[in-house]
Design a protein around this ligand. Sequence first.
Ligand code: PLP
Length: 421
Amino acid sequence: MRDETLAIHGGYAGESTRAVAVPIYQTVAHEFESAEQAGAIMDLELPGFHYNRINNPTVDVLERRIAALEGGVAAMATSSGMAAISQSILNACAAGDNLVATSQLYGATYTYFAHVLPRQGIEVRFAADDSAAAVAELIDARTKVVFCESIGNPAGNVIDLEAMAAVAHAQGVLLIVDNTVPTPLLLKPIRHGADVVVHSLTKFIGGHGTTLGGIIVEAGSFPFDRHPERHRCFHDPEPAFHGVSYARDFPQAPFITRCRTVGLRNTGTPLAPLNAFLHLQGLETLAVRLPRHEANARAVAQFLRADPRVEEVSFLGFPEHPDSPLARRYLGDRVPSIITFAVRGGKEAGIAAYNRVRLFKRLLNMGDAKSLIAHPASTTHRQLRPHELARAGITEQMLRLSVGLEHPDDLIEDLDQALIT
Ligand code: PLP
């Protein structure tokens, strides 16, 4: 099936009541037939559900659907995008290990990497820039993961994923890619070498600003058997799950199987069934929403670029964007509806415009049907020091727009009145 069809039907073959909408299985547990059957389900020898911290039929449909859209073999949904990021990192790294990351990251991801993981003994090495060469320099024998955002939020930089995968794989390191900004409808990192893809479902996939969620997708092609020393936790008998070796016993999807049975089971960040249902609703219309988001963003970006009160408009749809060649290579002629710009007159003028918008919502989200405005330096990236902001591609005066689905003229009129002359 093609993406538009998968987004509506993927992972759901109907069920006994023939409900056409995916039912919300609002239950904590599922009854066992016998002790023997319980044991077999819990050991993953039999398919089935047992306790909803670990799996749930509604969530399962969402997991199958997004795995299909990303071209992966398995997925695990989480309560938020940050839970997907932390679960995926902790699935591969333990105290004494390190991960190498690009610096153009969503603010909480950056803070988690810079200040939380090191206190758990996991070193995070930030590359000097977003190139594969800069990342390669930092990889050593204790590196387990290379992490990047396919398109950085809010920097809007595009990663050369094939080059990044090549440097990670040359040393047997996993490449984990946050694909939140483009969604699998614009870019599929697994096709370009990613081993694991993470998402905040909260953004374009949910699409309506109602529901937090995250997901981890496994490509299923990482050769764990060739790197037993580097990835011991996928080989050694796992005491948290009756001594299995994930690479040997679950070769189809060792990463997600370990993440679910060790990470999710023991730390408890599942996606609630109702929230999975809401994300499934969002996914059904994603393919028709994205072109409208993009058309509106093009109109707004052109207005801003032509306005003398504005400077430094950055939009991937502009040919002069420095990453436009990479965008064309990885996204074709599509782009996400994220724009950053600065108001002439510096930070004060930018803040004044931010405070004056009427239709754009001043809040911390993106990918909503509603148009949103953010001042990253004082909100999402508030914890970053000046040199970290610069490395993340953020200036003090930068404003970020997530352009929604309203009439573009209303959006332009709103910005026009907000920009003080
Ligand atoms: N990744 C990216 C690129 C994001 O923009 C965000 C949130 O803005 C997250 C991850 C975290 O997602 P959540 O807010 O669902 O935890």
